[in-house]
Design a binder for this molecule. Structure first.
Ligand code: ADP
Length: 583
């Protein structure tokens, strides 16, 4: 029986607890106040309630089947929105799976925050053998732009603010935020807790270039006989599309888009030098790099790919990037929007215009190469090979210019990058700086969730395997994602003869008869199996129009494709003489 005084003290306790909050709620509040609308993750100990509370409070939670894909989705969200994408992971192995994506985000300069639950410090630090025990903070440090741990409930707002600021300011990157389970469960008086949370003001401040640096760059461009602009994914990320376009068109300097900068200006733009890439690179005497690093993707800027005499002007928010490979004659440290505005003003005043004999030289080469490409695409071998499959995809995407394209694989990436034209900025997501496989489904999910637009992922059959189980995620959330699998049955190609004594397949061989479309059907999506370009065209048209999940398994000749795609030269060759089995 409840006495009056007992009822009174229960009520008092209730009102007391009503005035309390805890770590879970504070993380969610701190994210919300900073406009985080979506969390990508995999739940488990100790963060399951965090996902529930986030969902209840109006943050969208997208639950994945494996953390690397959740992290890749967060990274892609960061690239698309300029706000940090958030990934939520459980302790130890879940954290480590997510860390792969955090490292990839940092390498690609995408803003991302991985929030991970972890074991309680007292147990981890004395290595007492806790469930999911791992010193996650120190494990994350080398792979992230920064790594922080929140040790007290009253530091949650500060920790989230610090993570957001670090992820998006300067050169964007991945931030690790460690929250031990006991901190999530800690209670705090709600009114006091409200004061510990704040909204970050101007998280990625503009960084204006020094006037003398702008003059130095303009001097070089004004003297150039064969100037070239290289647009990288930093330029796409910066969302300075109009000023970049104005600068390119005012100066009439040919431009070369790196793969994720395709569409910043349409690939059909008359000044695009993409179809004359080798000539443009070899002959340019002055190169303006805009948000593109002179790394392996640009041959480190070295001759003979580039002219040994070429001078480089580089626009980058990270001054430490300059001189990483070749000397940078005119470094321009600042954010791309501000720097390109300053260059545009100066170029107009000085009337900088690319010489016509240079633009004509490139136009001639483009015409020749375009004709060769048209012939390749018109070729119609049976079974299908890469070019005729990609030709079919290209024609459908030309009719659907708002589609987001995700692309991974070896040959599938190398060839699709050239064949598939982009019209709109930030509509192409691919393997990026590491050339990594496994980003496919995570990136596709983020593109669909963040934009609401249809997504077509063009996948090699091997590349698809790294994140293929996320088809279930795509189907569960009914996302408008079409996965086209160019299935030649192997890593690179599927016809290698095994040198094993028994029946094991060769190392590069998968299964050319695999019916990937059945995976979509297993989870309620639509499956198509196609063997001709005409079938592919009609399946892809229907799949995009359906606005629903689907897989198109596209059966290719297992002999189509070359080892390592365009990167065969990066393979070291074995110096050892093969030893015969009976030696
Ligand atoms: P790509 O692979 O397309 O060549 P990279 O990833 O190598 O491009 O280069 C992107 C560069 O853009 C990085 O060096 C990064 O510091 C820079 N960057 C990113 N965002 C901005 C920005 N807002 N302003 C200036 N530079 C930026």
């Amino acid at each position: 029986m409840t006495t009056l005084s007992a009822a009174g003290s229960e009520a008092a306790a209730r009102s007391e607890s009503a005035r309390l909050t805890d770590g879970f709620h504070l993380v969610v509040e701190a994210l919300k106040v900073n406009d985080i609308e979506t969390i990508y993750g995999v739940v488990g100990i100790p963060i399951t309630d965090l996902a529930r509370i986030a969902q209840a409070s109006g943050i969208r939670y997208i639950g994945f089947r494996q953390e690397t894909s959740a992290g890749n989705a967060a990274a892609a969200a960061g690239f698309l929105t300029r706000r940090p994408g958030v990934c939520l992971t459980v302790s130890a192995p879940g954290f480590l799976n997510g860390l792969v994506a955090l490292a990839n985000a940092t390498t690609n300069c995408f803003p991302m925050i991985q929030i991970s639950g972890s074991s309680n410090r007292t147990l981890v630090d004395l290595q007492q053998g806790d469930y999911g025990e791992l010193d996650q903070l120190n494990a994350a440090r080398p792979f992230a732009k920064a790594a922080y741990r929140i040790n007290r409930v009253q530091d949650i707002g500060r920790g989230v603010a610090r993570a957001i600021r670090t992820a998006v300011s300067g050169r964007p990157g991945g931030v690790y935020l460690d929250i031990p389970g006991d901190v999530l469960g800690q209670a705090m008086e709600a009114a006091a807790a409200a004061d510990t949370i704040w909204r970050v003001v101007d998280p990625a401040p503009r960084q204006l270039p020094a006037p003398e640096a702008v003059d130095r760059a303009l001097d070089l461009l004004a003297q150039a006989q064969r100037p070239l602009i290289v647009l990288g994914k930093g330029a796409a990320y910066a969302q300075a599309d109009n000023v970049i376009r104005d600068f390119v068109e005012t100066t009439r300097i040919p431009f070369l888009p790196m793969s994720m900068a395709k569409g910043l200006l349409p690939d059909s733009h008359p000044q695009s030098a993409a179809a004359a890439r080798s000539l443009a690179i070899a002959r340019a005497d002055t190169v303006l790099l805009v948000g593109a690093r002179l790394n392996w993707l640009l041959g480190h800027g070295e001759s003979p790919q580039w002219s040994a005499d070429a001078k480089f002007v580089q626009v980058d928010i990270a001054a430490s990037e300059f001189d990483s490979n070749r000397p940078i004659a005119a470094p321009l440290a600042g954010d791309i929007g501000s720097v390109m505005s300053a260059l545009l003003n100066g170029a107009a005043t000085r009337r900088i215009v690319a010489p016509a004999d240079w633009t004509n030289e490139l136009a001639d080469r483009k015409a020749t190469n375009d004709a060769a490409m048209r012939r390749r695409l018109a070729d119609n071998p049976h079974p299908m090979r890469f070019y005729n499959a990609l030709g079919a995809i290209r024609s459908v995407l030309q009719d659907n210019p708002d589609v987001y394209v995700v692309n991974e694989g070896a040959n599938t990436l190398d060839l699709a990058r050239n064949v598939i034209e982009m019209d709109a900025p930030r509509h192409r997501l691919d393997t990026g700086t590491w050339g990594v496989m496994g980003i496919g489904m995570g990136y596709a999910i983020a593109a669909a969730v963040e934009t609401g637009k249809p997504v077509v992922a063009i996948e090699g059959d091997s590349a698809f395997g790294f994140s293929g189980m996320e088809i279930e995620t795509i189907c569960r959330y009914r996302l408008p994602v079409t996965v086209v699998i160019l299935n030649n049955g192997g890593v690179y190609r599927g016809d290698e003869v095994s040198s094993a004594c028994g029946t094991d397949p060769a190392p590069t061989v998968l299964n050319a008869r695999a019916r990937h479309e059945l995976i979509a059907e297993a989870f309620g999506g639509k499956g198509y199996h196609v063997v001709t370009p005409a079938e592919l065209r009609s399946a892809l048209t229907a799949a995009i129009a359906s606005n629903a999940p689907s897989i198109i398994d596209c059966e290719l000749d297992p002999a189509a494709g070359v080892e390592s795609g365009h990167l065969a030269s990066l393979n070291p060759t074995s110096a050892a003489t093969p030893v015969s089995a009976d030696a």
